[in-house]
Ligand binder design. Structure first.
Ligand code: G4P
Length: 529
């Protein structure tokens, strides 16, 4: 039996966040390549295979061409056991994407060097900040023409409000990309367009003080590098592990995932700068990952879209101790002892049944419909709850109408169950009954999923009428009289399933106006569970 302490200490669990096309998939593939989990990066995401080849959990989703899944990949590298949480983007961006970040101990932010900070990165970043987790930046696609390096850093600092500390520095970009200078070791790694998708063609290293460097990078780049080093050493924030740990300083790396340049340098530094799973807050206090017995929380529920199988998979993040398949555990919210059924993990490309797993790992278990997002699982005899998972702001709203009003009961049952699983949020107009239901989603694909599932699982046909609202805030004041609220013309008052009041607006600036008009009003961007 493996030693629990060393198993937990070697774990690193992180999410990769980015805007679509910045290179998240390519970078993940290269990580796997170094971990020896795959032999050739192209085998994960070849041209012929679907984009989601590695990430998809559910065959059924692939058949339907819809992926609502965030996946987890585990691999070993250099003595570490790494869990990468994928945060799906594109049209499958959903509340699950945010929830995945609740299970990570740190985040890697991939930025396209020619684009800087983009919309989806901004949204995901907010969640990382809320959690105060360390954020590492990988500025990708240096083999293409990039924005000015100082401007890129400035963009991150201004747009995201986080200080940056470049660990290495690029020399040129695009056709003129010569390599990166590592500030700590004062060494320059020379860029060689490696054979795509392989580890071959190891880059050459040379000291920045070596007379040969000028030859390698050319006179102009050499001069520029010297100037930039001087500027950088005088102006940029110094590396401070404590600030990194608190998520206040982001170490920045430059490279090109596609040509596999700068990936291993990044991985090595990153693994050293991140920590193994940290204690997590529960209602009885802080739970130590090593000293305490097994405990976990559910951060995502994956419904099976196949009508014939109503089962679901509940994804849990193990927070402490060791999990053994077949052991008896206690589901706190359900107040029941049970065995976790068919626990699974994703190793490189394959899903497999786990015999044991440790704090930091993610397991997916068969869920007959008993778990809810945020639930705690621990050992029998213990009883505590991890902090709940917040409700994230939907950005798209639609009014739902039933085609056949006779099926009211099935409709309410279906829509409520789907909302409980966390795929959608439902609201009612303030001061009216259930007859008018407004659905809010993070990604528009969820509307399609809702329609499909109501039809297939509950035999209810609906029509969705899109509403123009895009912004939502929870009202934090417990005693605020909503009837007296002075709003804006594009505002609507709604309430959630629990009766909590919320406000939705068409325009973002109206939020500020509403605050101005109602002194004392407190609005929150995340809803409490
Ligand atoms: P994502 O997961 O963040 O959405 O991005 P992904 O890795 O799929 O990369 C998006 C596109 O950018 C891909 O090209 C990929 O090959 C390319 N790319 C990723 N990293 C780099 C890089 O460092 N340099 C350059 N030049 N390109 C990079 P595609 O043509 O859309 O896909 P594919 O046909 O290559 O699969």
């Amino acid at each position: 039996m493996a030693d629990i302490t060393s198993e937990i200490k070697k774990r690193r669990t992180f999410a990769i966040i980015s805007h679509p096309d910045a290179g998240k998939t390519t970078l993940t593939e290269k990580f796997l390549l170094y971990g020896g989990a795959i032999n050739l990066a192209g085998s994960v995401k070849g041209k012929a295979t679907a984009r989601h080849a590695v990430s998809d959990w559910m065959e059924i989703e692939k058949e339907r061409g819809i992926s609502v899944t965030s996946s987890v990949l585990q691999f070993n590298y250099d003595g570490y056991c790494i869990n990468i949480l994928d945060t799906p983007g594109h049209q499958d961006f959903s509340e699950d994407t945010y929830r995945t970040l609740m299970a990570a101990d740190s985040a890697v932010m991939v930025i396209d060097a020619s684009k800087g900070v983009e919309a989806q990165t901004r949204k995901l970043f907010k969640v990382c900040v809320m959690r105060h987790i360390p954020i590492f930046t990988f500025i990708n696609k240096m083999d293409r023409d990039a924005n000015d390096t100082f401007e890129l850093l400035d963009d991150i600092e201004k747009e995201l409000g986080i200080a940056t500390c470049p660990i290495n520095w690029p020399i040129g970009s695009g056709k003129e990309f010569k390599g990166v200078y590592e500030r700590g070791s004062r060494k320059v790694t020379i860029f060689k367009d490696t054979e795509k998708g392989t580890k071959e063609g190891m880059a050459e290293e040379i000291s920045v003080d070596s007379p040969e460097l000028k030859e390698f990078v050319g006179e102009d780049h050499y001069g520029q590098l010297m100037d930039e080093i001087e500027l950088l050493d005088g102006a940029s924030a110094e590396f401070d592990q404590e600030l990194v740990d608190k998520g206040e300083l982001s170490p920045v790396f430059f490279g090109s995932a596609l040509t596999n340049f700068g990936v291993e340098i990044f991985l090595k530094h990153f693994l050293q700068m991140t920590t193994s799973p940290l204690p997590r807050v529960a209602d009885i206090g802080v739970i130590d990952p090593i000293k305490e017995d097994f405990s976990a929380f559910v951060f995502k529920i994956q419904a099976n879209m196949n009508k014939a199988h109503r089962d679901r998979i509940a994804f849990m993040r193990i927070c402490s101790g060791r999990f053994d398949a077949g052991m008896e555990v206690y589901h706190v919210q359900g107040d029941k002892k049970q065995r976790l059924s068919q626990p699974q993990q994703m190793m490189a490309q394959e899903r497999h049944v786990v015999d044991e797993a440790y704090a930091g790992d993610i397991i997916g278990v068969f869920d007959p419909g008993i778990y809810s997002i945020g639930d705690t699982i621990c050992m029998p005899g213990k009883k505590f709850c991890y902090e709940g998972i917040p409700t994230f702001a939907p950005e798209h709203f639609a009014r739902v109408r039933q085609v056949d009003t006779m099926k009211r009961k099935q409709f309410v049952k279906g829509i409520t169950q789907i909302a409980q699983e966390g795929a959608i949020q439902i609201f009612q107009e303030y001061n009216t009954g259930l007859e008018e239901i407004i659905v809010g989603v993070v990604g528009v694909l969820q509307f399609e999923v809702l329609k499909y599932r109501l039809e297939n699982e509950y035999n209810v046909e609906i029509r969705l009428e899109n509403l123009p609202y895009e912004h939502i805030r929870w009202i934090e004041n417990e005693d605020f009289d909503l009837n007296k609220l002075v709003g804006t013309s594009d505002m609507k008052k709604v309430k959630d399933m629990k009766g909590n009041p919320l406000l939705i607006w068409v325009n973002s600036w109206s939020i500020g106006m509403t605050l101005d008009r109602n002194p004392g009003l407190k609005l929150a961007e995340f809803g409490r569970q």
